[in-house]
Write a protein that binds this ligand. Sequence first.
Ligand code: UDP
Ligand code: MG
Length: 323
Amino acid sequence: MDENKKKLVTILVPAYNEEEVLNMLYDRLQKLMDENEGYDFEVLLVNDGSKDKTFQIMQELREKDKRVCYLNLSRNYGKETAMIAGLDYCKGDCVVIIDADLQDPPELIPEMLKYWEEGYDDVYAKRKSRDGETWLKKFTSKMYYKVLQAFTRIEIQKDTGDFRLLDRRCIEALKSIRETQRYTKGLFSWIGYNKKEILYARDPRAAGQTKWNYRNLINLSIDGITSFTTSPLRWAALLGVLVSLVGFIYMIFIIIKTIATGVDVPGYASTMVVILFLGGIQLIFLGVIGEYLGRAFNETKHRPLYFIDRYNEEKETNRDLNK
Ligand code: UDP
Ligand code: MG
């Protein structure tokens, strides 16, 4: 590589209705970019179909500073998709994914770059603390990691968001995965490569509202499990074997009892219990099978992950890479 050429670092920011924080974010990033002269920077703002002035602010920022690029998606696709769109369009030798709301301090980036230079491909920031989040969110997130980890073989990093630095080869790896129901947190682990953890204190949101609600989180958590493991299906089969074994033993018992003592009319309660219990289990596992079938259905449609409205000043149609 040319010695004099500086490496390009892309800072990727997915943003949905973030008008209140974008300028603040830019100020912090600008300071960071000016202080780290050893690198060239590109700030890639991905507007995930915001309904407020987010896009307008992005355009203003680009007018001021050409290091800022923006990508305007055709509608709101969710953060996971906004991130892959950003990865598709990022030009850097590495990328740092950061939330728009300043919960991830940009001041950590130089430390990430240092480890990157040492040869790590994926430098992820793990939260020491989660100020400004409710105990319910902390608790559910902790339980969820436990369940997910119990189900999957790949190791998923605890208390780690999407705030991380990825080398170009991780970017290419992630780009090659074109699943529509993406669970990026798992994909980061799944692709492997050299990982390095750094600790940080997660700040409260600078302004604005969190975009997550419990419905989103539940959907994301189900995606997390179904996209990385089919073990719920195996559990269903195992439980089925167990229940039918018990049923079989009970059947023998009833047959013998009937032969020995004659027809026994009362039995309503036990019949109901068995019917309800088995019915319940069957419905649950039909649901589980349905989840997987649904995923298969969605993936076989091979739809593009997103559509682009604008990349910088240009009106865009999707590029080839967005197969
Ligand atoms: N985000 C997005 N699309 C969405 C929802 C969120 O691009 O549909 C972005 C949002 O703008 C922010 C990041 O994802 O930059 C994290 O969202 P948020 O801060 O609301 O989540 P939390 O930090 O509460 O988990
Ligand atoms: Mg946030």
